[in-house]
Design a protein around this ligand. Structure first.
Ligand SMILES: C[S@@+](CC[C@H](N)C(=O)[O-])C[C@H]1O[C@@H](n2cnc3c(N)ncnc32)[C@H](O)[C@@H]1O
Length: 381
């Protein structure tokens, strides 16, 4: 077990932190001076591997990693690294991978520092292999906290989720409503938690973005849409995402979000562990009824097929909230939804059996942001 340092990607650290909590529900999380580093305790290697494989916002773990405030005392830092290497010996070839995040620490060259750590490794008789090392020591300089994190890396350490070809616009069926895969993946994980808990349902699937992410993660899932054009298009996208093969775990069906019981297989009733909902708004995707009634009926019909620990992620357009720290939105903040009011939305969720747990804002453009709201199933007596 032991404490490991989770390193988050830069796109939205607050959401990435919420995702980490959802994927490692039993872990204790300890914040650090950098929003992108979180100590996690009480995890097993398989749990961390799964999180690394499916997370949107997790860059890597540093095994028993440490954070060193940078105070220009290079010798002190190198002695700490040397002590770490003695306490955490590995057998196999090694390399050091330096990178910077959140700006620069003045007068610090991470690559020069990495070279000096390489020297320590050579003196300790490690075999250095810069191309395909068995073990990589990460050296991350964080500008906002003026500190360095270091430790043996678990995971590839890619700075971004997916590559260019994962963009929604690359799919055969694209609409302006299609969600960015990194947000879709994060929402699925936030709603459903670790793998193996139960299927994920997207009641209004559109071009199928959530279901593609569920499927690529190996989750069971179903996307539902009332319009056959969307059903056909989302099916094409799902097959395309699997290299023109059928998804082994997910499907897209025509149905009504307000009658999920009719659309889902009977043995899923009472066992759906996560819902991800991006309801229609604006002129691009017309709903089947007025937006508030549609949302209410969808929340109710989801409740009826949900498992008792299900999560519900709702994505809604809001007016930008100006300059605010990249932190969760508190429920008493003034959030301007494009349709309906924020206090009414929170009451609506409660009245449909879903307790709001957290909310985050994502910037879209000058006049539009998105709210990503997580709610949890509340059992009724
Ligand atoms: C905003 S879009 C979803 C976009 C989606 N997240 C994506 O990445 O493409 C909303 C979808 O809800 C569908 N819809 C509207 N009313 C519905 C209902 N009652 N049941 C199921 N789907 C519905 C629309 O056809 C539309 O495709």
């Amino acid at each position: 077990m032991g404490e490991h340092l989770a390193c988050l990607r830069g796109w939205h650290p607050a959401l990435a932190s919420a995702e980490l909590g959802a994927l490692l529900p039993k872990a204790t999380r300890r914040p650090t001076a950098s929003q992108r580093w979180i100590f996690v305790d009480g995890t097993t290697p398989p749990q961390r591997n799964e999180a690394l494989r499916i997370a949107s916002g997790l860059q890597c773990f540093l095994e028993d990693g440490f954070i060193h405030p940078w105070n220009d005392d290079e010798d002190a830092f190198l002695s700490t690294v040397e002590a770490y290497l003695i306490q955490h010996p590995v057998s196999g070839s090694v390399a050091v991978k330096p990178w910077r995040q959140e700006g620069k620490i003045s007068d610090l060259s991470t690559s020069a520092l990495a070279g000096k750590i390489g020297g320590i490794m050579v003196r300790a008789e490690y075999d250095i292999d810069l191309e395909t090392p068995d073990y990589t020591l990460a050296l991350i300089a964080d500008g906002t906290s003026a500190s360095i994190a270091c430790g043996w890396m678990e995971g590839g350490g890619n700075a971004s989720f997916g590559s260019g070809e994962r963009r929604a616009a690359e799919r055969p069926f694209f609409k302006p409503v299609s969600l960015d895969p990194r947000l879709a993946r994060l929402a699925v994980n936030l709603a459903a938690g670790p793998l193996g808990t139960g299927p994920v349902v997207d009641p209004m699937t559109g071009t199928g973005g959530f279901v593609i992410e569920a499927s690529l993660s190996g989750r069971d899932g179903m996307g539902i849409d009332i319009h056959s054009e969307m059903v056909e298009g989302a099916r094409t996208n799902l097959t395309w995402a699997h290299g023109e093969d059928e998804s082994p775990t997910c499907s897209i069906e025509r149905g009504d979000a307000t009658r999920l019981g009719d659309a889902l297989p009977e043995d899923w009733h009472g066992s759906v562990s996560g819902f991800v909902l991006d309801p229609p708004y604006g002129r691009n995707s017309q709903g089947s009824m007025e937006s508030q009634s549609l949302l209410k009926a969808t929340l109710e019909s989801s409740y009826d097929v949900a498992s008792h620990d299900a999560g519900f992620v709702l994505i809604l357009p809001i007016k930008p909230m100006g300059e605010r720290p990249n932190l969760p939105v508190s429920f008493d903040e003034d959030v301007e939804l494009l349709s309906g009011s924020w206090p009414e939305l929170l009451l609506l969720l409660e009245s449909c059996g879903w307790a709001p747990k957290s909310a985050h804002v994502e910037h879209v453009h000058k006049s539009l942001s998105r709210l990503i709201l997580l709610a949890r199933y509340v059992p009724r007596d």
